[in-house]
Design a protein around this ligand. Structure first.
Ligand code: TXA
Ligand code: MG
Length: 345
């Protein structure tokens, strides 16, 4: 199959709409990462998503919707009634945007979307092209990140092409994603709201809305709840080149390793080094993370080493992804890098 890449326009969005309504898949930009979209209420399109990504069918998908009207979603039998008051408060604050909610599912959601779970993940993306596509299609679009399973999420059209060329008919090219890291996933189906995946909407931002309902983080619940989110594997989002986390700022640049620095410390960037946040802005670090991992991964180096991530609103999400992507820790000892494997990597 030939994969066409079309810049965003009325015509290309109409074309994407046609492809989707015919049951095929389209990769499209969102503010977080590119999604691999298919009709979310059509079991055949949903199966195609899993097959195209080589994704295990036990890992549920997010339904992308085109408004923050939860009552309408319940009337459409996408989510169940009654709608929690907390969900209404959260979407009025954070939608459209990078917050995914899991809620008890309605009867119209196919088994495949939720991997048989009683809950469905929904998100109203902030990207204008994604919104226009959703409006024109007139029904929810199921869309995981547009990478092959276990690989780095794509943040521009060329990365999608690298992942899925020949496997899908169309990629809508909207340039680089402004956020660069997947949405926060928040479960509202248990006794307490629980963060299943960290992202741009932080625990502090959510806590300001949840008030008396204590916010939990699934990473701290791993013993008591076996699998709060089936997709949150310990090892994920990985480049093919092993990635090692340096506990202190990298100061040695021995070839043949590749080095991702948080910010510049001398006036010149050494060969084999990349800068995550040239302007020292944490949101720039998030935006550049996957692109630089992909770039460093393409060199054929035996390892990529990365600087520690300084505290900021973005730090929990970036550290979470790096932890899952990493093979271990890099220590400078006796004039050389020592690469220590992490347990379970
Ligand atoms: O930013 C994003 O969320 C991007 C863009 C394209 O919207 N999408 C994305 O989808 O990252 P994906 O499939 O790569 O990640 C969805 C995550 C997975 O970890 C999955 O296990 C979890 O959401 N998830 C989906 N439905 C769930 C459910 N009902 N209960 C718990 N976790 C769920
Ligand atoms: Mg993904």
């Amino acid at each position: 199959m030939r994969t066409r890449v079309l810049p965003i326009s009325e015509a290309s969005i109409d074309e994407a709409c046609k492809v989707l309504l015919a049951g095929d898949l389209v990769a499209f930009p969102t503010e977080t990462v590119y999604g691999l979209g298919g009709l979310g209420l059509n079991p055949d399109s949903v199966s195609k998503i899993f097959a195209t990504k080589d994704r295990p069918t036990t890992d549920p998908l997010i339904l992308h919707v085109s408004s923050d009207d939860l009552a309408a979603l319940a009337d459409d039998e996408i989510i169940a009634k009654p709608i929690p008051a907390l969900a209404v408060a959260l979407v009025s604050q954070f939608w459209p945007g990078p917050l995914t909610l899991t809620l008890p599912k309605g009867p119209r959601v196919p088994f495949g979307v939720t991997a048989g779970l009683p809950t469905v993940a929904i998100r109203y993306p902030a990207h204008p092209a994604a919104q226009l596509l959703l409006q024109k299609v007139g029904q929810p679009i199921a869309a995981p990140s547009a990478n092959r399973f276990g690989r780095i999420s794509p943040t521009d059209a060329s990365a999608v092409l690298q992942e899925l060329e020949g496997k899908i008919p169309l990629i809508l090219d909207g340039g680089s994603c402004t956020q660069g890291i997947e949405s926060t996933v928040l479960s509202l189906s248990g006794s307490n709201p629980t963060i299943l995946r960290s992202g741009a909407i932080t625990a502090e931002m959510i806590s300001s809305i949840t008030e008396r309902q204590t916010l939990r983080d699934a990473r701290n619940l791993q013993q008591s709840v076996p699998s709060p989110s089936p997709g949150m594997l310990q090892s994920h989002y990985a480049p093919q080149t092993p990635l090692y986390l340096a506990p202190t700022a990298i100061e040695h640049f021995d070839p043949p390793y590749q080095y991702i620095l948080y910010e510049i410390r001398n006036s010149k960037l050494p060969p084999g080094a990349y800068l995550l946040a040239p302007d020292q802005n944490p949101s720039t670090a998030a935006q550049n993370l996957y692109r630089l991992l992909r770039q460093a991964d393409s060199i054929g180096s035996p390892a990529i080493l990365i600087d520690p991530i300084p505290d900021s609103n973005w730090a929990p999400a970036i550290r979470d992804r790096l932890q899952r992507a990493s093979s271990g820790t890099a220590l400078w000892q006796n004039g050389g890098w020592k690469l220590l494997p992490r347990a379970g990597a």
